[in-house]
Design a protein around this ligand. Structure first.
Ligand code: NI
Length: 174
């Protein structure tokens, strides 16, 4: 339907908690999901959350089913629409790895995340989603759902020596 502008860090709307979607499915939700998909695809994103296009609702999209040019070494994550998510960390183990965000263009940082987690919610048709995942898939879910709680990845970082511009950190990728 439409590629929407992506809000960048500093916009106060990125720091607000998103509201649950009251009715699933709905024509409004279908239109929002299509805009999220179109915007994510146009930016080669691994995921996108509704607050990043200025919509304060608990909706995220992530995954592609294809290798992502921004993360060529990352495992494939199935294309997913997740509404009103609930995340439950499993095992208590954290892992550190690089993340980027379409709201912080050109930057990457090392972010600690739960290595394994269960996530639950609805898809855009109202069908339940209940998955237990680990590694990159778990990382993407945590990053996207953090946008729903008003958190950007630098707010989860512990070592700011591991934060910089992608073309300086990874000259071979640019
Ligand atoms: Ni992000």
């Amino acid at each position: 339907m439409a590629v929407r502008p992506i809000l960048r860090m500093g916009d106060p709307r990125l720091l607000q908690a998103a509201q649950p979607v009251a009715q699933v499915p709905s024509p409004e939700l279908a239109a929002l999901v299509q805009d999220l998909r179109d915007t994510m695809a146009a930016a080669n994103g691994a995921g996108l959350a509704a607050p990043q296009i200025g919509v304060g609702l608990q909706v995220v999209v992530f995954g592609s089913g294809l290798p992502n040019p921004r993360y060529p070494a990352a495992p494939v994550v199935p294309p997913t629409v997740l509404v009103n998510p609930v995340l439950t960390p499993l095992g208590g183990e954290q892992a550190l790895d690089w993340e980027g965000c379409l709201s912080l263009p050109g930057l990457r940082g090392q972010v600690p995340r739960w290595q394994r987690l269960r996530y639950q919610g609805l898809d855009e048709h109202g069908q339940p989603i209940d998955r237990t995942v680990e590694g990159f898939h778990a990382r993407v879910v945590q990053h996207e759902c953090d946008h729903l709680w008003g958190k950007l990845y630098p707010m989860q970082m512990t070592d700011f020596s591991q934060f910089g511009f992608t073309d300086q950190l990874f000259p071979d990728l640019s």
